[in-house]
Design a protein around this ligand. Structure first.
Ligand code: HEM
Length: 240
């Protein structure tokens, strides 16, 4: 027979397990986006350098340990599992919070301002949802459909060129704007998420808090600046 004490303990264990899942999968994503951002900076080195790099990622990642294209599929499956678990854990935590405290907690009390300053749960949820929509749009744009909204030909000598597709796309101001908004949300999400994840995993102890806050902020800023550098250079005609 389960006593209220046992039920409470089980509830706490489930909450901790959900937070650990969110932390681990979130950190996997942060590592991926840091590598992706670094790779995208090759755009600044010209068409040959970037297309060579994109070809390596698509065809030869981890080759010959894995067959051609094996590396990119391993990465895709890993990222998909991480994304599904991350979103599922976030929704479950949110639902459990509402069940535990009741819907009243979301009502703005008299004299209380509803703030959307970064780091708050609402910002994480709203920002997370926006990032999710962005990922779907982004994958359609550059990987699945490879649609070209710009005026340039996205091929070189008849072969598809990821570099030309990116240049053509970011010459369009509203594409640049969508990415800017998405990267701001990503930076806010990472700024709070990395710190939370380190705290959940027990790495944040007295004396380390300031260091971990700085690390989270550096990751967030590096992602915002690093990701937006090539698109901005393209928009202003510095890369073409
Ligand atoms: C300014 C920001 C970004 C730019 C310019 C950019 C650019 C690109 C390009 C050009 C590709 C295709 C590469 C190829 O053909 O090999 C790509 C693929 C991809 N990007 Fe991004 N990206 C950005 C941000 C992001 C962010 C924030 C995420 C995740 C949250 C992301 C996730 C992915 C994924 C999962 C792929 C697919 C890799 C594959 O399965 O082949 N990207 N990106």
């Amino acid at each position: 027979m389960s006593t209220p004490q046992l039920t409470q303990n089980k509830g706490r264990q489930t909450r901790v397990a959900l937070k650990v899942i969110m932390a681990v999968t979130g950190l996997i994503f942060v590592l991926f986006v840091l590598f992706h951002m670094y790779g995208n900076l090759k755009m600044l080195m010209g068409q040959e350098a970037f297309d060579h790099y994109a070809h390596f990622l698509q065809e030869d990642l981890l080759y010959p340990i894995l067959p051609h294209k094996g590396g990119v599929w391993l990465m895709r499956i890993g990222l998909l599992i991480a994304l599904v678990l991350h979103v599922w854990a976030a929704i479950s935590t949110w639902k459990r919070g509402i069940e535990a405290r009741g819907p009243e907690q979301y009502k703005v009390k008299k004299g209380q301002k509803k703030s959307y300053i970064y780091g708050r749960a609402e910002t994480m949820r709203f920002g997370g949802l926006f990032i999710l929509f962005f990922i779907v749009f982004h994958l359609f744009q550059f990987t699945i459909a490879k649609f070209n909204v710009g005026d340039l030909d996205a091929t070189v000598n008849g072969d598809p060129s990821p570099y030309m597709l990116v240049v053509s796309s970011f010459q369009v101001w509203w594409v640049w704007l969508i990415y800017l908004v998405a990267m701001i949300f990503l930076a806010l999400h990472v700024n709070h998420g990395v710190f939370s994840a380190l705290a959940t995993l027990g790495l944040e102890r007295t004396g380390r808090e300031a260091g971990f806050r700085a690390l989270s902020a550096i990751c967030a800023l590096a992602l915002l600046v690093g990701f937006m550098l090539p698109p901005t250079a393209i928009l202003f005609g510095l890369v073409s």
